[in-house]
Design a protein around this ligand. Structure first.
Ligand code: ZN
Ligand code: ZN
Length: 189
């Protein structure tokens, strides 16, 4: 799959953002401006001015809209959602090499509010996944008690569970059993 390192970074921010939602964790992990500010710092999101309650509200709203893309049944449906998000954000692609990063493109408008900034960057990352024909890599964890999302970047698109401690372990156990089965012809017979 042809996706750039920048897209991969944006997708990682996207997944982290979606998995802060109360419907995922039982509690809101971005309850206030301070938590949002810490999230921005942790994810090393650049060019963010000081945040307000309005930013928080808009990021919550964006988060639910982005999550919808992970539940789509077709690329048409996903493309419509992504187009709406990116159009509302008002993107202005420009080249930059800030903070010793190599040259890359910022899609958000200079000094955009955080909601628009994220809608442009994360929306474009989703657009690249869709144009690569890889919508099915946008997954919801299949564990019955888990609502987390993830992007399956495995070679054979075989990931079924998110990498949270519980679900990741489940995955390891399943992989271990599969290895045992293939190593032991009697058990797999
Ligand atoms: Zn950058
Ligand atoms: Zn999970």
């Amino acid at each position: 799959m042809l996706i750039t390192h920048d897209t991969e970074c944006a997708l990682s921010i996207l997944v982290e953002l979606l998995n802060t939602a109360p419907e995922v964790c039982g509690t809101e992990l971005l309850p206030d401006v301070a938590a949002l500010d810490a999230f921005v710092g942790r994810q090393e999101i650049s060019e963010v001015d000081s945040l307000t309650g309005d930013d928080l509200r808009r990021v919550h709203e964006l988060r639910s809209r982005l999550r919808e893309v992970f539940g789509t049944e077709s690329t048409e449906e996903a493309a419509e959602l992504v187009n709406a998000l990116v159009a509302a954000a008002g993107t202005t692609p420009r080249l930059t090499n800030h903070d010793h990063h190599g040259w890359h493109i910022h899609y958000f408008a200079p000094h955009a509010a955080l909601g628009d900034h994220l809608a442009a960057e994360l929306g474009m990352a989703l657009a690249f996944i869709l144009t690569a024909g890889e919508r099915e890599r946008l997954r919801r964890c299949e564990a019955p008690d888990c609502a987390r999302v993830f992007v399956d970047l495995s070679r054979n698109r075989s990931r079924r569970y998110c990498d949270s401690r519980t679900c990741g372990n489940r995955l390891h156990v399943a992989a271990y059993r599969a290895r045992q089965r293939s190593a032991d012809p009697v058990a797999s017979a």
